[in-house]
Design a protein around this ligand. Structure first.
Ligand code: PGA
Length: 248
């Protein structure tokens, strides 16, 4: 059984103080949901958000991490630190990391290995750009992302891996993929996972859709058989809107 997941990616928004206000609003609003709800604030707000979520069902994730445990990597955050704080999830390979910080599949592969090694649950993001979609290479791009990012990870327990399909052209644009399109690509991702990880694991892996998810389209997306949840950006910054998504 794949438990639905609704994850909020707050990106570079909300000071620690603002983050706590948002968590407290969410705690009051998200009462009845069958989904696992995760919020991913900035690094500097993680401690306060963890405290604020105590006693609630809301879980906390980071938005990125370095693949090394420690060392001379100025400005970076190690998986060891996240684990020490009791952070449960970490988003890896978000398209904004790929686009603005030049993260490639090899780097993301190393981060996945490090996250798994330290018992963090990775949310691996994949997805094509508008140009790639228009050139008809969506499936090639995704196949390569899945294969390279998940290369040589057999030694780790991959049961907690989560994948998010986020077409880059749908992120922050208000342009959501159609439910049929998202369902079809996610079905393809599952086929790729089967090739890399085997059937048993892959049929239990949750695959989320991300890209302009809002309260008005979450229901139809969640009704699709392949879509196990959503990774929500902009709409996760508003308590009422995100709670409606979480309680779809
Ligand atoms: P969006 O972002 O919901 O604002 O489109 C999604 C994401 O980047 O994870």
């Amino acid at each position: 059984m794949r438990v639905p997941m609704i994850a909020g990616n707050w990106k570079m928004n909300k000071t620690p103080e603002e983050a706590v206000v948002l968590v407290n609003e969410l705690k009051g609003l998200i009462q009845n949901t069958s989904a696992e709800v995760v919020i991913c604030p900035t690094f500097v707000a993680l401690g306060d958000v963890l405290k604020a979520t105590e006693g609630s069902s809301i879980k906390v994730g980071a938005q990125n991490m370095h693949h090394q445990d420690s060392g001379a990597f100025t400005g970076e955050i190690s998986p060891v630190f996240l684990k020490a704080m009791n952070i449960e999830y970490v988003i890896l390979g978000h398209s904004e990391r790929r686009q603005y910080f030049f993260e490639g599949n090899n780097e993301i592969n190393k981060k996945l290995a490090a996250a798994l090694k330290h018992g963090l649950k990775p949310i691996l993001c994949v997805g094509e750009t508008l140009e790639q979609r228009e050139q008809g290479t969506t499936y090639d791009v995704i196949k390569e992302q899945i294969q390279k990012c998940l290369e040589n990870l057999q030694e780790f327990n991959l049961e907690e891996l989560i994948v998010a399909y986020e077409p880059v052209w749908a992120i922050g644009t208000g342009r959501t993929a159609t439910k049929e399109d998202a369902n079809e690509v996610i079905g393809f991702i599952r086929q790729q996972l089967i090739e890399v990880l085997g059937e048993k694991l892959s049929l239990n892996t949750r695959i989320l859709y991300g890209g302009s998810v809002k309260s008005s389209n979450i229901r139809e997306l969640m009704d699709m058989p392949e879509i196990d949840g959503a990774l929500v950006g902009g709409a996760s910054l508003d308590a009422l809107e995100f709670s409606k998504i979480a309680c779809y």
